[in-house]
Design a protein around this ligand. Structure first.
Ligand code: SF4
Length: 217
């Protein structure tokens, strides 16, 4: 089955199984989402959500991050891991926001990817969730699930994004991203995906092979 045909079948299944899929980072404005997204690298969203209320209160604007003593910012975000690199990233982003954007987070992909350390993945997370602007988020889950199903043969996240864009109606890009990420966390896990109980199994290359190989044992 071609990727177009597969996608037509998969979208309603994702709606059925993940009707409420949404971003699991807590935030109240675009800057908070930028900060939470930076902190979420190599860290669970649950942990990030535990530490961000105090951080958001202490650093309400980009200037607060930019001007904070680095060691103090490192201490404040310590619990999210990789705190040295993350503190540096936050300051670099917030300084760039202050210099070029009056401290405001831009609402275009072109402007977001100019910020230090922000790639298309993070830019699409911010656009979709803080501004409601459609984008497909190719994170580790999207990369794995799309490849296993057979929606792309690419391994580069940007090429995967461009493979997926024509398959999924633009108005569904944000929701599709959340649904696939949830599917990757809950069923199509990196190790031991639960193919026999997966709703996408009839349309998945990897799952079909895995299940028939299991049946032959
Ligand atoms: S059938 Fe298996 S490999 Fe395919 S999407 Fe489902 S869990 Fe992932």
């Amino acid at each position: 089955m071609e990727p177009e045909e597969k996608t037509k079948h998969i979208l309603p299944l994702l709606d059925q199984h993940y009707p409420d899929a949404h971003v699991t980072l807590d935030f109240a404005n675009p800057l908070e989402l930028v900060v939470a997204t930076v902190l979420s690298a190599q860290c669970t969203d649950v942990r990030v959500n535990q530490v961000t209320p105090a951080i958001f209160k202490k650093y309400p604007t980009a200037a607060h991050y930019a001007q904070a003593p680095l060691a103090e910012l490192e201490q404040d975000i310590y619990a999210t891991g990789f705190y040295r690199q993350k503190a540096k990233s936050l300051q670099a982003i917030c300084r760039a926001l202050g210099e070029k954007k009056g401290g405001q987070v831009p609402d275009s992909l072109e402007e977001l990817v100019k910020l230090p350390g922000i790639g298309r993945k993070t830019a699409n997370v911010i656009l979709g969730n803080a501004f409601g602007i459609p984008g497909i988020v190719v994170d580790t889950h999207m990369k794995r699930v799309a490849a296993r199903i057979g929606l792309t043969r690419q391994t580069d996240p940007v090429k995967i994004e461009f493979d997926l864009m024509p398959l999924v109606p633009k108005e569904r890009w944000i929701k599709f991203s959340h649904q696939v990420i949830w599917h990757g966390r809950q069923i199509c896990t990196a190790k031991n995906p639960k193919c026999p109980v997966c709703p996408i199994l009839p349309y998945c290359d990897y799952g079909q092979k895995a299940v028939s190989a299991g049946a032959k044992k």
